[in-house]
Design a protein around this ligand. Structure first.
Ligand SMILES: Nc1nc2c(c(=O)[nH]1)N[C@H]1C(S)=C(S)[C@@H](COP(=O)(O)OP(=O)(O)OC[C@H]3O[C@@H](n4cnc5c(=O)[nH]c(N)nc54)[C@H](O)[C@@H]3O)O[C@H]1N2
Ligand SMILES: Nc1nc2c(c(=O)[nH]1)N[C@H]1C(S)=C(S)[C@@H](COP(=O)(O)OP(=O)(O)OC[C@H]3O[C@@H](n4cnc5c(=O)[nH]c(N)nc54)[C@H](O)[C@@H]3O)O[C@H]1N2
Ligand SMILES: [Mo]
Length: 884
C-alpha cells in the first residue's frame, strides 16, 4: 500500500491502492484524522489512522493533553477515533442519490415568462440531464437578465453560513455571494442563531454575550473565543453532571468519538449523571450511572422554577454569590414565591402540573443538585429550539447562577467547551484555514433576509426584524436594532426573484418547510438554482441543479476545530476520482466569474495549490511547522499552551474577582432582571425583562405561538413533539447511508416496504389511537401531513412523540410528505416577537394510524409520487427524479 498525501498534489494512482489522509465530518468542523484507501480511483475502505505514524512520541508530546483522576488517566487515543459517519462515507460518495450531471427541470424555461416557469410543478416535475455549457449559459443568462431587470439584489444567495461537509478552499456557502459581490451586490440570507436560540435571545441578557463572540453560552469576555478547561474543571471537581436537554452520545460524536470516551471516563471516576429529557436518549441508555427524568417538551421553564422554589424556601442556594455577583434576584424570588402581582407560587406541585415530572422528583432533584457540586451540560440543547426558547435559556442560566457559576466544578458544559486548552489552529472560527472562507464572506453591498423569514419575505414582499444584518454572533446590544427588507431603494434594495443555494436543505433544516415550499412554488421566484452533491430536499424544487464534488474528491486542506480528540490540520488531496461531472462550489463560481470577466477577483489569480499554501500562511501553523515539513508529513497537531492547566476554566475569574473581571452585561454582573430589555422592548409580553412561564395563546391577542398544552390549539393537536437531530444523520446529511438504514432505530419498514422515519410513541398514546408497532402513522397539524412509522417504546414521555429531524423530503402533494421530513410541519413563526429564529421542536401535533382508504386515495390521486423509483437501501434517489 502506498500513502498518497505526502505533498499537496492530487495523487490518484490507477494500478494500486493509494491511501490519503482526510478529515471527514458532515458538520463543517472537521473530524479525526482518517485514512481513505482507494484502488483504480475508487474508494475501497475508510479507517482510523495511527496519529503517531509520522511523528515520534517526542514530537507529539507537546500536543497531547491528559486528564487524571482517581489514579486513572484519560488521553487522546493513538489510533484515531473517527465518527461513524466518516467511517461510512464511501456510501455518501457513491450514493445512488449523487447528482452526477447538471440537471434542468423538464418544464421550466429561462427568461422569466410565467407561462414557462411552471412554478406549481416545483417538487413535482422531473429533471433532464444537460451539459455544463448549457447549465452555465442558462445561469449566466438568468443572472444577467434579473440584474438588468431588477438590480443585483434580486439575487438571493442561500446558505452563506451553516453546516455542510468539511471543506476549506472548496467549501460552499460563500462562493455565489463572492461572485455576486463582484457583480454589484446580492441579497444575503443571514443565519439566525441556530443551535443556541434560547441562549442567544435569553441567556445573553443574563450573563452577557458568552463565548464565540456572542453565542450566549458562558465564557467570560476576557477569554475571548473559547472557554478553556471546562472539561478539566468538571473532571477535577464536579460530582454531578445534569444533562438538561442535550444527548451527548448522539450529538457530540458527529466529529469524533471523543465524547463517548470522555463520558465513559467520567463514569469510571464516579461522576453521577442525571438527564432531564422527554426521550430516554442515547446518553441515558449508554451509561449505567445515568438517571433519566422524563419531562414534557418545552416545559423546562416550569421545572426550573419548581427547583428554584425548593432552593429558595429551603435555603439551598449560594446566597453570598447571588449578593455579590448578580442583580435583580429579588424580582425573580418574588415571582417564584408568588409575592409579585401574579401571586402564584411556583411550587413543585405547580411545576409538576406543567412539566409532567412528579413533585417529589423535582424536590429530590433540587436537593441533590444543591448538595453536590453540579455542572449542567447543554451542547446547544433541545429545549432552546422551541417556541419562546428564551425562557428555558434564561432559567437555565438562573439555575447555574444560584449555584455559584464559576466555582470549581460549577460549569456550563457547552458546544465550545470541548477545547482542552489554547489549541486553536485558526485565527478565527471553525475551519482551520477559515481565513480562506472569511475573506469571501460578509460583503457590505448586500441587503439581507434572516433565514427563518425567507418564505414570508417571498410571500409578503417584506420582513422586519431585530438583530444583525449579517453574522448572528454579535454583541447583545445589536438585538435592539431594527432591520427591514427590502433595503431602501437608494441602497439598491429590491425584491428577490432568483434564488441560488449552496446549502439546499432549508425546507428540512429550518422552520415551516411546507410554507417554504409554497413560497418557492410562485412565479415571483423566476429561477431557483442549487449546487448540490445529492438530489434531495430543496434541490427537488430547483429549476437548475449543479453537481458538486464531495469532500473526498477535491484537492483541499482540512482539519478539525472542535469536538475531536485532538485538533489537527492536514492536506487532503483527492482520495478518489470525481463522481460524474461534479465540480466544487469554488470552481463553479470561478467559471461563472470567467464569463462575467471577474474571475481574477474570485480566485485572485491563484491555483488551487497556491490557495492551500495561502491558507497555511494565514494560519497559526506557521509558528510551529514549516511548509516543507507540513507538506512532507501531510498533517500536524498544534502544540498546546504549555501552561494550559493553569488557564482559568469557564467563568472562574468572574467568580473569584467580579470587580476586575466583569461580564459584558450592562451591570457587569449576572442579571436576573434586565433593564436593557425593559428599556428597549417595554411592551413585549413574550420576552419580559426576566424569565417567566410563557405559554402563548391566540394570535388575535398578540401571541406569536399557541403551541402549549394550555391553549386552544392543543384540543386539535394534543401531542408535544420532540424533533432533534438524528443519531444516524447529521441534520439532513446521511439519510441515504445503507449501512445505517437497516438499523431498527434508524428507519421502520412499513407494510408497503417503504422505509419510513420512526415516530417514537409511548404505549399508552399509541393504544389510545389504535396504533401498533410498525404502523404507518399520519402525523399532522394545520400546516400539513408527514408520514412516519410507529416505534412504540417506554423510552418516550407519554403525551409527547419524537421524530428526528432531517429525513429527506419525498413529496406526495402540497402539504403531504412521505419522507418524514419533520420540519415541514414546524411553526412558521419566529421564536417570539422580537427574536428572529426558529421554533423547530416542542410544538403541537396529532398522530393517527394511516387508513388504507386514505393511502389508496393518495395513490390514485398522485400516482407519480408512488411510482418513483425506490430502493429501500437508499430511499428515493437520483433515478426517482431524472428522466432518461
Ligand atoms: N427540528 C429541528 N430542526 C433543526 C434542529 C433541531 O434540533 N431540530 N437543529 C438546527 C441546527 S442546531 C442546525 S445547526 C441546523 C443545521 O442545518 P444546516 O446547516 O442546513 O445543516 P446540513 O444538513 O448540514 O445542511 C447542509 C446542506 O448542504 C449540502 N451540502 C453539504 N456540503 C455541501 C457543499 O460542499 N456544497 C454545497 N453546495 N452543498 C453542500 C447538504 O447536502 C445539505 O443539504 O438545523 C437546525 N434545524
Ligand atoms: N448525530 C448528529 N450529531 C450532531 C448533529 C446531527 O445532526 N446529528 N448536529 C450537530 C449540531 S449543529 C448541533 S447544534 C448539536 C445539537 O446538539 P444538542 O443541543 O445536544 O441536540 P438537541 O437535539 O438540541 O438536544 C438533544 C436532546 O434534548 C432533548 N430535548 C428535546 N426537547 C427538549 C425539551 O424541551 N426539554 C428537555 N429537557 N430536553 C429536550 C432531546 O430529546 C435530545 O435528547 O448536535 C451536533 N451533533
Ligand atoms: Mo447546530
Amino acid at each position: 500500500m502506498k500513502e498518497g498525501n505526502t505533498d499537496a498534489k492530487a495523487v490518484v494512482c490507477a494500478e494500486q491502492e493509494i491511501t490519503t489522509l482526510q478529515s471527514i465530518a458532515c458538520g463543517g468542523t472537521g473530524g479525526e484524522l482518517t485514512a481513505v484507501d482507494a484502488k483504480d480511483g475508487k474508494i475501497v475502505r475508510i479507517r482510523p489512522y495511527r496519529i503517531d505514524s509520522r511523528y515520534t512520541p517526542e514530537e507529539l508530546a507537546g500536543s497531547l493533553w491528559e486528564l487524571e483522576a482517581d489514579g486513572k488517566t484519560f488521553t487522546p487515543p493513538m489510533k484515531s477515533a473517527p465518527n461513524y459517519f466518516a467511517l461510512a462515507y464511501k456510501n455518501r460518495v457513491y450514493s445512488k442519490n449523487r447528482v452526477r450531471y447538471p440537471l434542468k427541470r423538464v418544464d421550466w424555461e429561462p427568461g422569466g415568462d410565467p407561462a414557462k416557469i411552471n412554478a406549481a410543478n416545483r417538487g413535482k416535475s422531473k429533471f433532464v440531464r444537460i451539459t455544463w455549457d448549457e447549465a452555465l449559459d442558462i445561469l449566466e443568462g438568468e443572472l444577467r437578465r434579473v440584474i438588468d431587470t431588477y438590480g443585483p439584489m434580486s439575487v438571493l444567495c442561500i446558505g452563506e453560513d451553516g453546516h455542510r461537509e468539511s471543506k476549506d478552499l472548496h467549501a460552499g456557502g460563500g462562493m455565489h455571494a463572492t461572485l455576486m459581490s463582484k457583480l454589484g451586490g446580492y441579497t444575503r440570507e443571514t443565519r439566525t442563531p441556530d443551535s443556541v436560540e434560547g441562549w442567544y435571545w435569553g441567556a445573553k441578557h443574563v450573563w452577557g454575550s458568552g463565548s464565540n463572540k456572542g453565542l450566549g453560552m458562558i465564557a467570560p469576555p476576557q477569554t475571548g473565543y473559547n472557554s478553556w478547561n471546562i472539561i478539566k474543571d468538571i473532571t477535577d471537581y464536579t460530582d454531578l453532571v445534569c444533562f438538561d436537554a442535550g444527548d451527548w452520545e448522539l450529538t457530540q460524536n458527529y466529529g469524533s468519538q471523543f465524547w463517548s470516551r470522555l463520558l465513559k471516563f467520567w463514569e469510571e471516576i464516579g461522576k453521577e449523571f442525571v438527564i432531564v429529557d422527554p426521550f430516554c436518549n442515547y446518553t441515558a441508555v449508554c451509561h449505567e450511572t445515568m438517571k433519566w427524568i422524563p419531562i414534557l417538551p418545552n416545559t423546562d421553564t416550569a421545572f426550573d422554577f419548581g427547583v428554584m422554589y425548593v432552593w429558595i424556601t429551603e435555603g439551598l442556594y449560594d446566597k453570598d454569590y447571588v449578593d455579590t455577583h448578580t442583580i435583580g434576584f429579588e424580582k425573580v424570588r418574588a415571582y417564584v414565591l408568588g409575592e409579585d402581582e401574579e401571586g402564584v407560587p411556583k411550587t413543585p406541585a405547580w411545576a409538576s402540573e406543567r412539566c409532567g415530572v412528579p413533585e417529589w422528583t423535582i424536590k429530590a432533584f433540587a436537593r441533590n443538585v444543591a448538595k453536590k457540586v453540579t455542572s449542567h451540560a447543554h451542547f446547544s440543547s433541545g429545549s432552546v429550539k422551541t417556541p419562546y426558547s428564551h425562557e428555558p435559556g434564561r432559567t437555565g442560566a438562573y439555575l447555574l447562577a444560584m449555584q455559584g457559576l464559576g466555582k470549581p466544578g460549577v460549569q456550563q458544559l457547552h458546544l465550545n467547551a470541548s477545547s482542552m486548552a489554547k489549541e486553536n489552529i485558526a485565527r478565527s472560527t471553525s475551519a482551520p484555514f477559515s481565513s480562506i472562507n472569511q475573506c469571501r464572506m460578509f460583503y457590505p453591498n448586500a441587503q439581507s433576509i434572516p433565514r427563518t423569514m425567507i418564505a414570508s419575505a417571498l410571500q409578503t414582499g417584506k420582513a422586519t426584524w431585530w438583530g444583525s444584518p449579517c453574522i448572528v454572533y454579535v454583541d447583545t446590544a445589536e438585538q435592539f436594532q431594527e432591520f427591514n427588507y427590502p433595503a431602501p431603494a437608494e441602497q439598491g434594495g429590491t425584491k428577490v426573484h432568483l434564488l441560488w443555494s449552496e446549502k439546499p436543505c432549508n425546507m428540512n433544516c429550518w422552520d415551516g418547510g411546507f410554507n417554504y415550499q409554497d413560497a418557492i412554488r410562485t412565479n415571483e421566484v423566476e429561477c431557483f438554482v442549487t449546487n448540490h452533491q445529492w438530489l434531495e430536499n430543496d434541490s427537488l424544487f430547483a429549476d437548475l441543479v449543479l453537481p458538486v464534488t464531495t469532500c473526498l474528491e477535491d484537492n483541499d486542506s482540512m482539519g478539525s476545530s472542535m469536538i475531536v480528540s485532538m485538533r489537527h490540520a492536514g492536506l487532503t488531496p483527492p482520495a478518489c476520482e470525481r463522481v460524474g461531472e461534479s465540480k466544487s462550489d469554488f470552481e463553479i463560481a470561478c467559471e461563472l466569474g470567467e464569463r462575467f470577466g471577474v474571475r481574477e477577483q474570485i480566485d485572485l489569480g491563484m491555483t488551487q495549490d497556491e490557495w492551500i499554501k495561502y491558507g497555511f500562511d494565514q494560519s497559526r501553523l506557521t509558528e510551529e511547522i514549516t511548509w516543507e515539513e507540513y507538506q512532507e508529513k501531510g498533517y500536524y497537531f498544534p502544540k498546546l499552551d504549555p501552561n494550559w492547566k493553569q488557564l482559568p476554566p469557564g467563568m472562574r475569574q468572574f467568580y473569584e474577582d467580579p470587580e476586575n473581571f466583569p461580564l459584558d452585561t450592562p451591570s457587569g454582573k449576572i442579571e436576573f432582571w434586565s433593564q436593557a430589555l425593559a428599556d428597549n422592548f417595554p411592551d413585549d409580553k413574550e420576552r419580559q425583562p426576566m424569565a417567566k412561564w410563557i405559554t402563548g395563546g391566540p394570535a388575535e391577542e398578540g401571541w406569536t405561538h399557541d403551541e402549549s398544552l394550555w391553549g386552544e390549539r392543543c384540543k386539535d393537536y394534543p401531542l408535544l413533539i420532540t424533533a432533534n437531530p438524528a443519531r444516524f444523520r447529521v441534520h439532513v446529511q446521511g439519510d441515504d447511508i445503507k449501512w445505517f438504514r437497516e438499523i431498527e432505530t434508524c428507519k421502520v419498514k412499513g407494510p408497503d416496504g417503504y422505509l419510513y422515519e420512526p415516530i417514537w410513541m409511548a404505549p399508552a398514546d399509541a393504544a389510545a389511537r389504535g396504533i401498533t408497532d410498525g404502523d404507518i402513522v399520519k402525523l399532522y397539524n394545520e400546516r400539513g401531513i408527514v408520514l412516519t412509522a410507529a416505534r412504540i417504546s417506554e423510552r418516550i414521555m407519554p403525551g409527547s412523540v419524537m421524530v428526528n429531524k432531517g429525513s429527506r423530503v419525498d413529496p406526495i402533494a402540497p402539504h403531504i410528505d412521505r419522507g418524514g421530513a419533520i420540519n415541514l410541519i414546524s411553526p412558521t413563526n419566529q421564536v417570539s416577537k422580537h427574536c428572529k429564529g426558529f421554533a423547530v421542536t416542542g410544538y403541537l401535533v396529532e398522530a393517527e394510524k394511516l387508513s388504507q382508504d386514505e393511502y389508496d386515495g393518495w395513490k390514485r390521486d398522485y400516482p407519480e409520487a408512488f411510482a418513483r423509483d425506490y430502493d429501500p437501501a437508499i430511499g428515493i434517489n437520483y433515478n426517482s427524479w431524472v428522466v432518461e
